[in-house]
Write a protein that binds this ligand. Sequence first.
Ligand SMILES: Nc1ncnc2c1ncn2[C@@H]1O[C@H](COP(=O)(O)OP(=O)(O)O)[C@@H](O)[C@H]1O
Ligand SMILES: N[C@@H](CCC(=O)OP(=O)(O)O)C(=O)O
Length: 383
Amino acid sequence: MGASGSTGAGDVSDGLRDDVRAARRIVVKIGSSSLTTNGGGLEPERIAALVDVLAEVRARGAEVVLVSSGAIAAGLTPLGLATRPSALALQQAAASVGQGLLVHHYQQEFARHSILTGQVLLTVDDVIRRASYRNAHQTFAALLDLGAVPVVNENDTVATSEIRFGDNDRLAALVAHLVHADLLVLLSDVDALYDGPPSRPGVRRLVDVRSDDDLADVEIGSVGSAVGTGGMVTKVEAARIATGAGIPVVLTSADNAGAALAGAPVGTLFHATGRRRPIRQLWLAHATEGKGSVVLDAGAVRAVVERGASLLAAGVTGVKGSFVAGDPVDLVGPDGATVARGLVNFDAAEIPGLLGRSTGDLKEEFGDAYDRALVHRDDLVLL
Ligand SMILES: Nc1ncnc2c1ncn2[C@@H]1O[C@H](COP(=O)(O)OP(=O)(O)O)[C@@H](O)[C@H]1O
Ligand SMILES: N[C@@H](CCC(=O)OP(=O)(O)O)C(=O)O
């Protein structure tokens, strides 16, 4: 299908989007391309314009969490770098310089509205590991209770290629889950999702996306602007993560932010498709690649797939790759097909010694630390 131009009954009143107008806790994500010039360097007027819109949202009683990209782009000019470098260390250095500048601007602009900001830098581990998820959740809750606007970015200076979110669109979706937001707004340099590259004549805007079927014939580009990353692919993926957890998403341009947040039918509205579920499952299903794999016998495949059971060492016949406890791994059946992905509870090096053995047996030999599943069912998604 092409663009879905209709909005179903009950979604809008007075031409405005009900889901958006009713939202009381909103995560707004803005991309580098909307804050900086193409050569890098922040554009303070654009930051000021965004902050004015967010202050208005706050004034009508909603809470706001801002996920802002732009650290790397902001650091380029001060460091004398002409374009975004490909070396990770240089990107991290640029982010280190740029993040301070970025937050400084936000602090100044929000202060005009007597609103405090709190910087929150996250890595994927902070969000998907149980203890740190709780910790991060409490920090956000305290900041919001105290009336501050959390300003979030990936912790670029310490994130390595393994732990990087990869992009702030997905980070924003995970943050929306973390703070129990009821709306996610993704702001970019393009005003909506189109059924093809916006530069192509005749492309049509998708007004509403209600399921993956609505995206079947949409051509989604992966290359973003000179300063952005991920293009539309990561935004659509972020929208799938959030809507799959029950959070509707509006995708539009920074210029449309005010109208979008007032509920006007601008941009593209991705309707909620699922219900809230554990964040690790969301992340496993949408965003991670297995660091290795474990091979299951037929009985274990049935237990995991049909009965929703945890994976025990007794049903595992092999292990591939090098990973440590807590990493995502693929669960592969005897025929080589990947049936699930989960967070593993043991290092790859330990697993050969556990294969085919019962949990009771392992506990008796190695102690209580071995009284656990290889992959717990709460940390597992079927693929
Ligand atoms: N189907 C599509 N609809 C809209 N935009 C698209 C599509 N495919 C690719 N794009 C491109 O994605 C770009 C946005 O991605 P990006 O530059 O990474 O943004 P940001 O910096 O805001 O995260 C747009 O400028 C647009 O050219
Ligand atoms: N954390 C990086 C942003 C990464 C990113 O996703 O950028 P973008 O595609 O512009 O949202 C930074 O602040 O430069």
